[in-house]
Design a protein around this ligand. Structure first.
Ligand code: MN
Length: 230
């Protein structure tokens, strides 16, 4: 078989570091869950009884640890959202809740950086969230820890500090929709694949980031992810 040739350069494969491994996790898609912690849903003006809903970021929006995030254009209200990220080893459609965790490769800490002012305008105008959520450098992520060593965390504190001051504080046990439920729901709408990442939502305490700020996301069992805003 001859190698295909391309009319423009093909995109590189985006990948994420795996803790204690030289092999990397290749990224297929980046899904995100909205309003998955009751206290955050309430702080955004919603109740906590709606089914999960999803949006996406782009694989090349991911940012490796140690890489500063340039303050994005077209916003004056950049927000941090610390989240547990699920990395899938296997995909599929209509995955049963009981089978869902067997599809998971591992877990990481992620930040769902958000142009909150743009998102507020989009909500008001009933427009999509793409420009609010899926911009360059909008998805810092730490090393993926394999479930084979970590297990599947059902509880554990997750926090975000900015310049050392506490901002977000929650527990994975407070997710409205659990990881297996999220995978099951998502697989009804999309054909999931190995390499998919799922940002699972954020607890209360989201807030603004300025140039020069250092945000540290932490999840019990996963360690910390430090991100500076340039
Ligand atoms: Mn989020």
């Amino acid at each position: 078989m001859t190698e295909p040739s391309y009319v423009v350069p093909p995109p590189p494969c985006v990948s994420v570091e795996v803790r204690d491994s030289t092999a990397r996790f290749p990224v297929h898609r980046v899904y995100c869950v909205g309003r998955n912690y009751a206290a955050h849903a309430r702080e955004m003006g919603h109740d906590d009884r709606e089914p999960p809903f999803f949006f996406q970021k782009n694989p090349d929006d991911l940012v490796a640890p140690g890489t500063p995030v340039p303050y994005p254009p077209e916003t004056a209200d950049l927000h941090h959202e610390v989240e547990l990220v699920v990395a899938l080893a296997e995909g599929g459609s209509n995955i049963a809740v009981e089978d869902a965790l067997s599809h998971v490769y591992g877990y990481a800490i992620g930040l769902d950086l958000t142009r909150r002012d743009v998102q507020a305008e989009a909500k008001k105008a009933a427009r999509p969230w793409a420009t609010a959520k899926a911009f360059a450098h909008s998805a810092p992520i730490g090393a993926i820890v394999p479930a084979s060593t970590l297990g599947h965390p059902k509880s554990g504190r997750l926090t975000a500090t900015v310049n050392g001051a506490p901002r977000q504080d929650g527990d994975l046990a407070d997710m409205i929709w659990s990881v297996p439920e999220i995978i099951a729901h998502l697989s009804r709408w999309f054909v999931l694949a190995p390499g998919d990442l799922i940002f699972t939502g954020t607890p209360a305490g989201v807030g603004e980031l300025k140039r020069g700020d250092v945000v540290v996301g932490a999840i019990e069992g996963l360690g910390e992810l430090e991100v500076s805003i340039a």
